[in-house]
Design a protein around this ligand. Structure first.
Ligand code: DUC
Ligand code: ZN
Ligand code: ZN
Length: 464
């Protein structure tokens, strides 16, 4: 047995802040105690965390490693992307396995297991994208829930690719209600968006900034409203992914006020970036093309408020990186051909900590939206998302006073640009433990591909 002792840090969870020593045996946290009481504890390794925060590793519930999309493939593999996550203090990801049109859920899930198995730096789980809702795939949902893939993403956007019509969505929601599977919705009216894309291009509006204009905030709000109503008809909960518009947030808030199980996440890019970035000169704006799109800066205050009031429960990244050279440039002269997606798995914990520094959220809320709630939402708590006896020892020792300047030169994601190039933030990961083993320490990576294992998840823990 290996015993590790983390001494004298400020332990922050979603519910508590206390100066404590944390005792880890092998992969698990076994005890926390006041440092004076813990003086007699012995360990093979003692880590001094004086002046540091000791927080549960981040749980990023929305990533797309090596996702084939938009005629290319997301640049981070499971190996590079999970390593970058670890550098940024995230110790669990939930990635999206994809059903092909004409294929089964099983084939899609097996393919994603094949990509991830033996390659991940940190623990991982899967949601399943339903790209072809039919009798067969609906029937398969139950088996997947049984093996720990307990959430399913549907798209109201991307006609001809991932799109599901309202009938398919309703049937999936009914199946979700029956099996305990949580339906996650990409809520944008893709049929209307495609009309606006065609009209924009016909007018010669080809620059990246038109990506934001055609993906109108009202088309996110309309789809969010429709998704919630369909969920109510089916008697199912619903989780809205990557919410970016104030008007969509209002739909979620209204449903929650009426007592419905409507949940939503936003992403750091919607809190820190805006249409000003999409409108950068030349083709630079392509770096900021993702869907839902970035919104005018005034939406940011509403999103921070939603995070404080819990109308937004989770912050995930939607990490889906495409290189500026060789991938984003597929859309020079036609914004609709720019692969949609941004890098972010490494920067989420730091950006949200900056939200603490800037006074938007408290330290405990930081941990709640970045670790505890995603773990509960997707059936991983308290194994993940907290520091408590019995939890996996996924622990980040975080220096709240260190500053850093974000740059593609220094980040670990396999992408040739940073959305936050030159931006200074306060707070920095010092040490990361994944199931009791130090994998990042003081600027050195000490883990290896294959350290991370697949997590079979329970169903949503807010619903029972
Ligand atoms: N949005 C993105 O920006 N990328 C991947 C898929 C999605 O829905
Ligand atoms: Zn999406
Ligand atoms: Zn996504």
């Amino acid at each position: 047995m290996t015993r590790t002792l983390i001494r004298n840090g400020l332990v922050i969870t979603a519910t508590d802040e206390l100066t404590a020593d944390v005792l880890v045996e092998d992969e698990k946290v076994v005890a926390l105690a006041d440092p004076a009481l813990a003086e007699s504890w012995s360990a093979d390794t003692a880590i001094d965390a004086t002046g540091m925060y000791v927080v549960p590793g981040g749980v990023d519930a929305h990533t797309h490693m090596e996702m084939p999309f938009g005629g290319t493939t997301a640049a981070d593999t499971f190996e590079t992307g999970t390593r970058a996550a670890a550098w940024g203090g995230t110790t669990t990801i939930i990635d999206f396995a994809i059903q092909s049109v004409g294929g089964s859920l099983r084939e899609g899930l097996d393919a994603w297991h094949g990509k991830a198995d033996g390659n991940c730096a940190i623990d991982y789980a899967f949601h399943m994208i339903l790209a072809d809702v039919n009798e067969g795939s609906l029937k398969e949902m139950e088996a997947l829930v049984g093996e720990g893939v307990t959430s399913f993403k549907l798209f109201m956007a991307y006609p001809g690719v991932f799109y599901s019509d309202d009938g398919k969505i309703l049937r999936s929601l009914q199946k979700g209600a029956e099996t305990g599977g949580l339906i996650m919705m990409h809520a944008e009216n893709g049929i209307a968006i495609d009309v606006l894309v065609e009209q924009a291009l016909a007018k010669g509006h080809t620059d990246p900034r038109y990506h934001g204009e055609v993906r109108h905030a009202l088309l996110e709000a309309e789809a969010t409203h429709r998704a919630i109503k369909l969920a109510q008809v089916a008697g199912a909960p619903i989780y809205i992914v990557h919410l970016s518009a104030t008007q969509a947030l209002a739909q979620v808030a209204a449903a929650r006020d009426e007592g419905y199980n409507a949940f939503a996440e936003t992403c750091p890019q919607y809190l820190f970036l805006s249409t000003d970035d999409l409108g950068r000169p030349g083709f630079e704006g392509a770096k900021y093309v993702c869907s839902t799109p970035l919104r005018p800066a005034e939406h940011q205050a509403a999103l921070w408020r939603g995070l404080r009031t819990d109308d937004l429960s989770v912050v995930s990244t939607d990490h889906c990186p495409f290189c500026f050279k060789g991938q984003k440039d597929m859309g020079i002269g036609d914004f609709s051909k720019i692969p949609n997606g941004l890098p972010g798995v490494e920067t989420r914990m730091d950006l949200l900590h900056q939200g603490v520094v800037d006074g938007h959220i408290s330290r405990r809320r930081w941990i709640e939206i970045a670790s505890a709630t995603p773990a509960k939402m997707f059936g991983l708590y308290p194994r993940k998302g907290t520091i408590a006896p019995g939890s996996d020892a996924d622990i980040v020792i975080y220096d709240p006073a260190a500053t850093q300047v974000h740059s593609a030169q220094t980040h670990h994601m396999a992408v040739d640009y940073s959305c936050y190039e030159g931006r200074e933030t306060t707070g920095k990961v010092r040490t990361v433990l994944s199931r009791g083993r130090v994998i990042v320490d003081g600027g050195e990576y000490r883990g290896k591909a294959g350290d991370g294992t697949f997590l079979s998840r329970d169903t949503c823990q807010y619903l029972r």
